[in-house]
Design a protein around this ligand. Structure first.
Ligand code: HEC
Length: 427
C-alpha cells in the first residue's frame, strides 16, 4: 500500500508548487499538504463562577480543508480526549471556534489540545494567566464587530427548534431552524464607516483594505487577517445572523442553502443537503458581529432513495455509455492538469491501471471502473454527483476543492455534458 500512496503524494507536491506562487514577502503560500495548529484564544468567566477555555485553529493550507478524527491525533488532556473540539478544519485562521468549560477551582494547570497530522504534531496550552482573559473588546477587535471598542454587549442566545438528533437521506432536504435573541447592542455608529470589505488579489487570496485615519476604508497593502479568513462572519448587510458550518464530518458532502441567514422575527431557517451517507455534526453560530454562540445538530445520513427527485430513482446508469463515452474523458489530457487516470490509478475512486501498451481499458477493467465510479454519482442528479462537482470550478457550480484540480470551468463544456448525460441515464 505504501508505494501508491507515496506516488500520489509525489504528484500532489508537483501540483502544489505550480499553484503556490511566492508572496511579495517571500513566503510560500501552500494550497495543500500542510498541517493544522490548534490555538488557545483565552479564557472567560461564566456567571456561575466556572470558566471557559476558548480555542480556535490555523489550518496552514489555503485550499485544503482537513478532517482529523477525535483520538490520539485530535485529543485533549487532562479530562478525556473528546472535549467537544471540531474534527473538520476549514482553511486558514478560524477564531473562537469552541469552548471547554472547567470548574472555578481549576487552578494553575494547563489544558492541552493536540492536533497531529502529517507527522507534525502541534499543541495549544490553555491556562488561566490574567493576560489571557477575554472581554468584549478582544472579540470586537478580532471579529470586526460594531460599536465603540469595549462597549457593553451581551452575547446572543441560540436555540434549535426541534430535535438535536436528526436523520436525513442523501439528496433530500433537512430543514434547520433556530430561535435567536440579542440585546441589540452595540448600536451601529454614524461615522465609523462600513467595515472594510475583503477583496481578492491577483492570486486569489482574500485581503482587507486597511482603515484610514478618518475611519474609512482605503486601499492598503496586502494584509491577511483572521477577519478576512473567517468562515464564521456575518455578511455586511446583516446585523444579527446565523452561520452554519460542518463541525464534524466530511464538509465536501454538505451544502447549506444558504450558509448565512439573517435573523428575522427571532428566527433563522436554512436547509442542509448531503451527497454522502455518514454522521455529521452541523453547527450554527448566532452572531451579533462580536460574539459567535453555537448550537449543534447531530445528523445521521443514509444513502436513501431519491424519491423527492421525481423519476430520479428510476434512472439507471448505462455501462456501454460509460465505457465508450465517459472513460475516454479520464484519459484525455487537459492543459494545466494531469490526466484523471494518472492520479486515480492509485487513488479513490479507482481507475484500473492500463495494461502494458494499451491505450484504453479492456472489458474486465472497464467493468471494474464502472463499479467504482458509479459510487461517486447520484443517478438522475448531476448536481448531487461528486463526479460532476469535484472537477468543476466553484464559480461554475462545482464544489470548493479537488486535489486533482478544476478541469472544467463551465457546465456547458462538452466533456462535462457527457458526464451529466451518463448520470441522467443516457444510453
Ligand atoms: C493530480 C491528481 C489528480 C487528478 C489529475 C485528478 N484527481 Fe480526482 N482526486 C485526487 C485526490 C487526491 C482526491 C481525494 C481528495 C479530494 O477529494 O480532493 C480526488 C478525488 C476525486 C473525487 C472524489 C472522490 C470522493 O469519493 O470524494 C472525484 C469524483 C474525482 N477525484 C474525479 C476526478 C476526475 C473526473 C478527474 C479528471 C477530470 C480527476 N479526478 C483528476 C487527485 C486527482
Amino acid at each position: 500500500m505504501l508505494r501508491p500512496i507515496s506516488r500520489l503524494l509525489g504528484i500532489l507536491t508537483g501540483v502544489m508548487l505550480l499553484v503556490s506562487p511566492a508572496t511579495p514577502f517571500g513566503q510560500i503560500r501552500y494550497a495543500v499538504g500542510q498541517n493544522v495548529v490548534p490555538v488557545f484564544e483565552g479564557w472567560e468567566r461564566n456567571p456561575d463562577g466556572s470558566l471557559n477555555f476558548v480555542f480556535g485553529y490555523m489550518n496552514r493550507n489555503y485550499e485544503e480543508q482537513l478532517d482529523i478524527p477525535v483520538g490520539p491525533d485530535n485529543a485533549f488532556e487532562p479530562g478525556g480526549v473528546d472535549q467537544g473540539q471540531p474534527t473538520h478544519f476549514y482553511t486558514r485562521r478560524q477564531q473562537f471556534v469552541f469552548k471547554v468549560r472547567v470548574p472555578k477551582d481549576w487552578g494553575k494547570k494547563d489544558l492541552v489540545w493536540t492536533l497531529n497530522i502529517r507527522g507534525k504534531p502541534e499543541k495549544a496550552f490553555a491556562s488561566l494567566l490574567p493576560i489571557w482573559e477575554l472581554d468584549t473588546g478582544v472579540y470586537q477587535e478580532n471579529r470586526g464587530g460594531p460599536g465603540e471598542l469595549g462597549e457593553y454587549d451581551d452575547p446572543p442566545t441560540i436555540k434549535l427548534v426541534g430535535d438535536a438528533r436528526r436523520t436525513a437521506s442523501v439528496g433530500s432536504n433537512l430543514s434547520l431552524t433556530v430561535e435567536v435573541t440579542d440585546d441589540g447592542r452595540p448600536l451601529p455608529r454614524e461615522g465609523r464607516g462600513a467595515p472594510p470589505q475583503p477583496v481578492r488579489d491577483s492570486d486569489g487570496a482574500l485581503i482587507t483594505p486597511v482603515r484610514g485615519g478618518n475611519g474609512n476604508a482605503v486601499p492598503g497593502p496586502r494584509r491577511e487577517s483572521p477577519l478576512t479568513q473567517a468562515v464564521v462572519k456575518l455578511d455586511p448587510s446583516m446585523r444579527l445572523g446565523v452561520i452554519w458550518v460542518v463541525y464534524r464530518g466530511d464538509a465536501r458532502s454538505v451544502t447549506f442553502d444558504p450558509m448565512k441567514v439573517a435573523v428575522t422575527n427571532g428566527r433563522a431557517a436554512t436547509v442542509a443537503r448531503f451527497t454522502a451517507p455518514g454522521s455529521y455534526v452541523l453547527r450554527g453560530y448566532a452572531d451579533d458581529g462580536i460574539y459567535p454562540v453555537p448550537v449543534d445538530v447531530n445528523v445521521t445520513v443514509s444513502s436513501g432513495t431519491l424519491s423527492t427527485a421525481g423519476t430520479a430513482s428510476d434512472v439507471s446508469l448505462d455501462y456501454e455509455f460509460f465505457k465508450t463515452k465517459v472513460q475516454p474523458i479520464f484519459l484525455e489530457k487537459r492543459p494545466g492538469h494531469a490526466r484523471c487516470v494518472v492520479c486515480h490509478e492509485t487513488g479513490t475512486p479507482r481507475l484500473q491501471p492500463l495494461s502494458e501498451g494499451a491505450t484504453t481499458w479492456n472489458e474486465e477493467q472497464s467493468q471494474k471502473n464502472f463499479e467504482a465510479w458509479k459510487r461517486v454519482v447520484v443517478p438522475g442528479n448531476p448536481s448531487m454527483s461528486k463526479l460532476l462537482l469535484h472537477p468543476l470550478a466553484a464559480e461554475a457550480g462545482g464544489d470548493r476543492f479537488h486535489a486533482g484540480g478544476k478541469h472544467w470551468t463551465s457546465q456547458s463544456d462538452p466533456e462535462w455534458r457527457t458526464l451529466a448525460d451518463w448520470v441522467n441515464g443516457a444510453k
